[in-house]
Design a protein around this ligand. Structure first.
Ligand code: HPA
Length: 277
């Protein structure tokens, strides 16, 4: 019980934006950086880019920041890092995300994005590992997210908060990424609740309604980022062909292995894209 209450976001009466402001103050105090310009969430396979982005100003456990503190039994929640790019931009690197399927509620999912916005970031880069529906896509291939379909039946927005999502995934930033790697394809990301992988029928549904990528993150975070006024870039590493597109069963190990193999290439891509911002 007391462990549950150790995270202020578990109190329904808490204001999630006030909690994010406190988290941003923690980050200012720990890093000595008054304003972060860009934030990036590193999903499966993207972890190595933190080192390539520039000079690490500070690196610290996320548990030192308000609202990231996990209940005692939850274990590791990852590392935050403040990096200065060669162009002098301050990047907040979020080394782990809270997934919706963890069941802690959508406020916890959105907290890292809201904290990044409160820390000053105008740009939110969201990365993930995901399943590919387009038959030509191969495991290990990075793709841009052009739009999303939110299949979680939930939202980080509370009450009558009407937020425009036209061009949520910034065309300007997608063009910037393509200027670094012209071979980048793009597609529509479908966020499923998870944690089970999709059935082949669900993948066919996603395809029929216009999806190209299936995963368990990103869409809810992107909505929170847009609410906060941030410009969003989304990148998926295709770790596997989606269920039924590939005939063999999906495994978490396959996802991890594909991420590890692709890591050097996609991390350098991500570092170059962010370095050009
Ligand atoms: N589906 C959902 N999430 C995923 C997948 C997938 O096929 N691969 C990696 N994350």
């Amino acid at each position: 019980m007391s462990a549950q209450l150790s995270n202020p976001l578990t109190d329904p009466a808490a204001d999630p934006f006030e909690v994010a402001r406190r988290a941003a103050d923690d980050i200012r105090r720990i890093t000595g950086v008054d304003t972060h310009d860009i934030a990036v969430t590193l999903g499966s396979g993207w972890g190595k880019s933190a080192e390539l982005l520039g000079e690490t100003v500070a690196q610290f456990p996320a548990t030192e920041v308000t609202g990231f503190s996990a209940p005692a039994l939850e274990g590791h929640v990852g590392t935050l890092r403040s990096v200065r790019t060669p162009r002098g931009k301050h990047v907040l690197v979020i080394g782990a995300r809270t997934h919706y399927y963890e069941g802690h509620g959508v406020r916890r999912v959105a907290h890292s994005v809201r904290t990044a916005a409160a820390a000053g970031a105008a740009t939110m880069v969201l990365t993930n590992g995901a399943g590919g529906i387009k038959p030509a896509w191969k495991p290990g291939q990075p793709v841009l997210i052009s739009d999303h379909i939110n299949l979680t039946a939930d939202s980080p927005l509370e009450g009558a908060t009407f937020v425009d999502l036209t061009d949520l995934y910034s065309l300007r930033l997608r063009d910037l990424a393509r200027s670094i790697d012209p071979s980048l394809d793009e597609g529509v990301y479908c966020q499923f609740r998870g944690p089970q992988y999709e059935t082949p029928a669900e993948v066919q549904m996603a395809k029929t309604i216009g999806g190209h990528i299936v995963g368990m993150s990103t869409a809810l975070e992107a909505i929170a980022a847009r609410q906060a006024g941030m410009e969003v870039l989304g990148l998926s590493l295709i770790t596997n062909k989606a269920a039924g597109i590939q005939t063999t069963p999906l495994s978490h190990q396959e996802v991890i292995d594909a991420g590890r193999e692709a890591e050097p290439v996609i991390s350098s891509l991500l570092a170059r894209v962010i370095g050009a911002m």
